[in-house]
Design a protein around this ligand. Structure first.
Ligand SMILES: Nc1ncnc2c1ncn2[C@@H]1O[C@H](COP(=O)(O)OP(=O)(O)O)[C@@H](O)[C@H]1O
Ligand SMILES: [Mg+2]
Length: 214
């Protein structure tokens, strides 16, 4: 019988704490004995990293929303085929900092592209691979932007609060649409407090996970 791993994705607006929690989660899963493949989107393969550089370059401010959508999907498809599917087939846990729900949040919620169009493109870009669990770290945009801009803003973070608020609302809509897969985690508090909530939201998949230092 083919072994199948567990695919977990972390979502939320810029600065909500995804990367911080991804690092804590990866450490905790490894400490529990799992083989873990840690990824972040866009990126994770040589081709996907080149696409990432195009997407995040502040010089590309003229990029059309449709171009942006397709670049994200192109980057994702390469990551799924080259890394995520093989890892899941050998039984690894894959933790991805952003996946197709970011495209739902940003390209549908943020940019205003059609919801159905974005979902259809997500099916193609993900090559039909759906996370077992998706955690949305929920935080007010004011608080998240304050966290995110401490280190300087990139092109996407520079869009401002109204944009982030629309993205947050799209994530909330998604959690209501797919409550089995998409779990909301309150991102207020210290990294350790947020991690305890994250571990709770994954307990049915991994049992008890012990958090370390952020
Ligand atoms: N719970 C928290 N409380 C305060 N600051 C945090 C917390 N989690 C993360 N940070 C800080 O906020 C900034 C954004 O966090 P990060 O994990 O990079 O968010 P994201 O990956 O969602 O954009 C970082 O400087 C990080 O150290
Ligand atoms: Mg991050």
């Amino acid at each position: 019988m083919a072994r199948t791993g567990v695919f977990v994705t972390l979502e939320g607006i810029d600065g909500c704490g995804k990367s911080t929690q991804a690092s804590l989660l990866v450490d905790a899963l490894r400490a529990a004995g799992h083989e873990v493949v840690a990824l972040r989107e866009p990126g994770g393969t040589p081709i996907s990293e080149k696409i990432r550089a195009l997407l995040l370059d502040p010089a590309n401010a003229e990029m059309a929303p449709e171009c942006e959508l397709l670049l994200y999907e192109a980057s994702r498809a390469q990551l799924v085929r080259q890394v995520i599917q093989p890892a899941l087939e050998r039984g690894a846990v894959v933790v991805c900092d952003r996946f197709f729900d970011s495209t739902y949040g940003y390209q549908y919620g943020g940019r205003g592209l059609s919801e159905q169009l974005v979902k259809t493109c997500n099916e193609l870009g993900s090559c039909g691979v759906v996370p077992a669990r998706t955690i949305v770290f929920d935080l007010a945009p004011e608080c998240a932007l304050q966290r995110a801009t401490k280190g300087g803003a990139d092109r996407i973070e520079a869009e401002g609060l109204a944009f982030q608020q629309r993205i947050r609302e799209a994530y909330l809509r998604l959690a209501a649409q797919e409550p089995q897969r998409v779990h909301l985690v309150d991102a207020v508090g210290t990294p350790e407090e947020v991690f305890a909530r994250l571990a709770d939201a994954l307990r049915d998949l991994f049992g008890t996970l012990e958090g370390g230092e952020a």
